[in-house]
Design a binder for this molecule. Structure first.
Ligand SMILES: Nc1nc2c(ncn2[C@@H]2O[C@H](COP(=O)(O)OP(=O)(O)OP(=O)(O)O)[C@@H](O)[C@H]2O)c(=O)[nH]1
Ligand SMILES: [Mg+2]
Length: 465
């Protein structure tokens, strides 16, 4: 669906999360030229008629006109254009939270003929179209709201502060400067001092390597945003559920000394060094005649092939077994995995060597005890190392997938200039790739804006943003 471009329509939506019994207050946001008149029409304010001046708060009631019923007691926040989020007149009605009151207030607003329900992302889209924020900042709002760890929120905030916009614009400016030099040579070669092509190439390749660095950081940043699904896999009774409980710091899963305790997948979310990780406990894999257990094992097998990372657990108190090896062979080669020897506290008594000789793999290996907590830190850092998220703390800016793909395309366009330079082609050949890189970088920030681009970006937002 294509959202109509700048418009004189007035829109409204609930801007806060709605959930039964939750939230002391909720906010209904109205934006557009009729926002104030609608607000005045539906909010009754006792006493002398107030001025509804910008950046003031009024106290009143949303009324049902037909029977004079008070729908809710509210505060009204007025922000006149252009000093508002969207750049238009905004009236925010702060009413009570939960489900009913806020819905009734919104219905009352929408009953007004001069307003319609906002589409997903439409407030942010108007903010972009009216030049209040650029596209990277609008995307950052979405990312900040969706952040599942402190680091993800910090990265989103850096982008909301204009970090990505400034960085990309600076690189784009450098390219534009070079392009104008080159264009001048195309037209007036004889009248201008000659250009040194290797100097220009170096300058452009510097921009390229900055872009590639951003792409690299973005890959690690993506893990911080999206998180990882990590499946705990192993034979029965090796301590998978005990490990899940230890890592989640709560008794999430049932643990017993009977093999075959876990029958179903069970998820628990943890944060490791800012990376949100969904741990998935699975049923111990073995041949069984128990129908319920069979179904559970089928799910384990599914988790084994669909997880981002597999933690394969075996029992150190009995050592590495043939059945462990068989299971290890079932891990698809493209899925990174970490081998964990559990029950290290029992191992000393069992007299088995620290790293069991029978493990025929050079895979990352950590020995732990779910009982005592021994080896827990080593487990966490090995896990982060495997997923390439080891140094996420060092990242200051993280492009999202859309921005990353564009940055990488721009870098490729610049890369083609190496060939142009080697072949000593005339300046107009340089300008082709350079212009393309400039155009692509413009798409990141929205300098080169198209309706399809806007539509693609904002359709991923939800209503009220
Ligand atoms: N001493 C010791 N016992 C452990 C450790 N980890 C687990 N156990 C015990 O091993 C038994 C099995 O633990 P679970 O966590 O249920 O094992 P599981 O791999 O989830 O087993 P299934 O769900 O049956 O596949 C329980 O009696 C645990 O208390 C450990 O590190 N040390
Ligand atoms: Mg279990």
């Amino acid at each position: 669906m294509v959202i109509p471009l700048p418009t004189d329509e007035t829109i409204a939506a609930i801007a806060t999360a709605i959930s039964p019994g939750q939230g002391g207050i909720a906010v209904v946001r109205i934006s557009g030229p009729k926002a104030l008149s609608i607000g005045k029409n539906i909010v009754y304010i006792a006493g002398k008629k107030p001025a509804w001046s910008s950046h003031t708060v009024l106290y009143g009631h949303v009324m049902n006109e037909e029977n004079n019923e008070r729908i809710d007691e509210v505060l009204v926040l007025i922000m006149k254009a252009p000093r508002s989020f969207t750049g238009e007149d905004i009236v925010e009605i702060h009413c009570h939270g939960g489900l009913i009151a806020v819905q009734r207030v919104l219905e009352r607003v929408l009953a007004h003929p001069e307003v319609r329900r906002a589409m997903p992302g439409e407030f942010s889209q108007r903010a972009v179209l009216n030049g209040r924020i650029d596209i990277t900042q609008a995307e950052a709002i979405n990312e900040l709201i969706g952040a599942r760890s402190k680091k993800a929120a910090q990265l989103a905030m850096a982008s909301l502060d204009g970090g990505i916009q400034r960085r990309i614009n600076a690189l784009r400016e450098t390219l534009i400067d070079q392009l104008s030099e080159l264009e001048a040579r195309v037209d007036f070669e004889d009248e201008l001092p000659p250009l040194n092509d290797s100097e220009i190439l170096n300058e452009l390749l510097k921009v390229r390597s900055d872009l590639l660095q951003l792409v690299e950081d973005a890959k690690r940043g993506a893990i911080v945003h999206q998180g990882l699904r990590v499946a705990l896999i192993g034979c029965p009774n090796v301590g998978k559920s005990s490990l899940l409980n230890r890592l989640s710091r709560r008794e999430r899963a049932i643990v017993t000394n009977l093999p075959g305790t876990t029958r179903d997948l069970l998820e628990s979310e943890i944060i490791l060094e800012g990376v949100p990780i969904t741990l998935i406990d699975t049923a111990g894999i073995r041949a069984t005649n128990d129908e319920i257990e069979k179904l559970g094992i089928a799910r384990s097998q599914e988790a084994l092939t669909s997880a981002d990372i597999v933690i394969m657990v075996f029992d150190l108190s009995i050592g590495w077994q043939k059945r462990d090896k068989e299971l290890l062979n079932q891990i698809p080669p493209e899925i990174p995995f970490l081998l964990i020897g559990n029950k290290a506290d029992l191992q000393d008594k069992s007299g088995l060597p620290k790293r069991n000789q029978n493990i025929e793999t050079k895979q990352a290996y950590v020995s732990v005890s779910a009982k005592t907590g021994e080896g827990e830190e080593a487990l966490a850092s090995s896990l982060l190392k495997i997923c390439g998220a080891y140094d996420t703390q060092g990242i200051q800016l993280a492009l999202n997938t859309r921005q990353r793909d564009l940055a990488s395309n721009a870098a490729s366009a610049l890369d083609r200039l190496k060939e142009v330079s080697t072949q000593k082609l005339p300046w107009d050949f340089w300008t082709i790739d350079l212009r393309e890189a400039i155009q692509i970088l413009g798409e990141i920030t929205g300098n080169e804006i198209t309706e399809t681009l806007l539509d693609r970006i904002f359709s991923r937002f939800c209503i009220g943003k």
